[in-house]
Design a protein around this ligand. Structure first.
Ligand SMILES: NC(=O)c1ccc[n+]([C@@H]2O[C@H](COP(=O)([O-])OP(=O)(O)OC[C@H]3O[C@@H](n4cnc5c(N)ncnc54)[C@H](O)[C@@H]3O)[C@@H](O)[C@H]2O)c1
Length: 278
C-alpha cells in the first residue's frame, strides 16, 4: 500500500508536470508562432529572401512571394513541402514610379501582416568611376522603392493598429565597404529609415526593425568569393570562422515577425557570426 501511495504521488506529479510543460509550450508557441499571418517577402526567389520565406512558412505564416526576373520555382517547391499557402507578386523595384499602384492592387486581394523588405542589388565600382545609372538603380531598388512599398503596405496596418516590418540592412549600414558607394549609402539609409518609421509608427502598434546580415553565401557576394584572397581575408576575420548561410537569418526574421518582439522598435539586429564585435 505504501508503495502504491508513492506511485500515486508520482503519477500525480508527473501529470502535473506534463500539464505545466504543455502550458509553457502553448505560451512559447503563442509568442513565436506566425500561424494565421500573411508575410510578403520581397526577392523571395533565392538567397536570403528564400530562406526567410521558408523560415516564416515553417513558423506558420502564409507567404506572398515577390520576385522580379528570378524564378520562384524552388521557393514554391519548399513551401509546398511545408504545406503553406502562397501567392506570387511580380514587380520591378528599380522603377519607383510603378510601386504604389501595384501594391494597391495587391492589397485589394490580400491582407499583409508582415512585410520583409529583402530585395536588393549591389554594383561594385570604384567611387571615382561610379556611373550615375548604377547609382540610381541601387538607390531606387534598395531605398526609394523600399520606402514606397513600405508606405503603401503600412496604410492598412496603421488602420488595424498591427503589423511587422522588417528591412534587410547590411554590415554596410555601419561600415564603408570597398567600391560599393551606392550600396553603402542605401543601406545606411535603410537603417535610418527603420528608426524613423519605428519612431512614428510604434504608437500605432507597428514594429519596424531591421536585420543586418554579415557575409552570407548568395549571389550578392559571389564576386567576393570568386576572389580567393578576398574570400579568405573575410573568412579569417569572422569570429565563427565561416561565412553565413541564408538559413542563418531565419530565426532573427521569425523573431522580429512574432509577438515575441512586440516591444522591439527601430532595432537593427546584426547576424554576422561576430564580424562587428571583432
Ligand atoms: N549576401 C550577403 O552577404 C548580404 C549581406 C548583407 C545584406 N544583404 C542583403 O540581403 C538582401 C538579399 O540579398 P541576397 O544576398 O540574398 O542576394 P541575391 O542576389 O541572391 O538576392 C537579391 C534578391 O533581390 C531581388 N531583386 C534584385 N533587383 C530587383 C528588382 N529590380 N526588383 C525586384 N527584385 C529585385 C532578386 O530577384 C533577388 O531575389 C539584399 O537586400 C542584400 O543587400 C546580403
Amino acid at each position: 500500500m505504501a508503495n502504491l501511495g508513492i506511485k500515486k504521488t508520482m503519477i500525480f506529479s508527473i501529470t502535473h508536470w506534463n500539464f505545466e510543460v504543455m502550458h509553457l509550450k502553448n505560451r512559447f508557441n503563442e509568442m513565436f508562432s506566425l500561424e494565421g499571418r500573411v508575410a510578403l517577402v520581397t526577392g523571395a526567389g533565392k538567397g536570403i529572401g528564400q530562406a526567410i520565406a521558408v523560415a516564416m512558412a515553417e513558423a506558420g505564416a502564409d507567404i506572398i512571394l515577390h520576385t522580379h526576373q528570378t524564378s520562384l520555382d524552388e521557393t514554391i517547391r519548399l513551401l509546398e513541402q511545408i504545406g503553406r499557402n502562397y501567392a506570387t507578386f511580380t514587380l520591378d523595384l528599380s522603377v519607383p514610379e510603378i510601386i504604389v499602384e501595384a501594391v494597391q492592387r495587391l492589397l485589394l486581394t490580400y491582407q499583409v501582416d508582415i512585410l520583409v523588405n529583402n530585395a536588393g542589388v549591389i554594383k561594385r565600382t570604384e567611387a571615382r568611376d561610379y556611373h550615375y545609372e548604377d547609382w540610381s538603380q541601387v538607390l531606387n531598388t534598395n531605398l526609394n522603392s523600399l520606402f514606397l512599398l513600405t508606405q503603401s503596405i503600412a496604410q492598412p496596418m496603421l488602420e488595424r493598429r498591427c503589423g511587422k516590418i522588417i528591412n534587410i540592412a547590411s554590415l554596410l549600414s555601419f561600415q564603408g565597404g570597398i567600391n560599393v558607394v551606392a550600396y553603402t549609402a542605401s543601406k545606411h539609409a535603410v537603417m535610418g529609415l527603420t528608426k524613423s518609421l519605428a519612431n512614428e509608427w510604434a504608437y500605432s502598434g507597428i514594429q519596424v526593425n531591421a536585420i543586418a546580415p554579415g557575409y552570407i553565401v548568395t549571389e550578392n557576394t559571389r564576386p567576393l568569393r570568386e576572389n580567393d584572397q578576398r574570400m579568405l581575408e573575410i573568412e579569417s576575420r569572422i569570429p565563427t570562422g565561416r561565412w553565413g548561410k541564408p538559413e542563418d537569418l531565419g530565426g532573427a526574421a521569425v523573431f522580429l515577425a512574432s509577438k515575441g518582439s512586440d516591444y522591439v522598435n527601430g532595432h537593427t539586429l546584426v547576424v554576422d557570426g561576430g564580424w562587428m564585435v571583432r
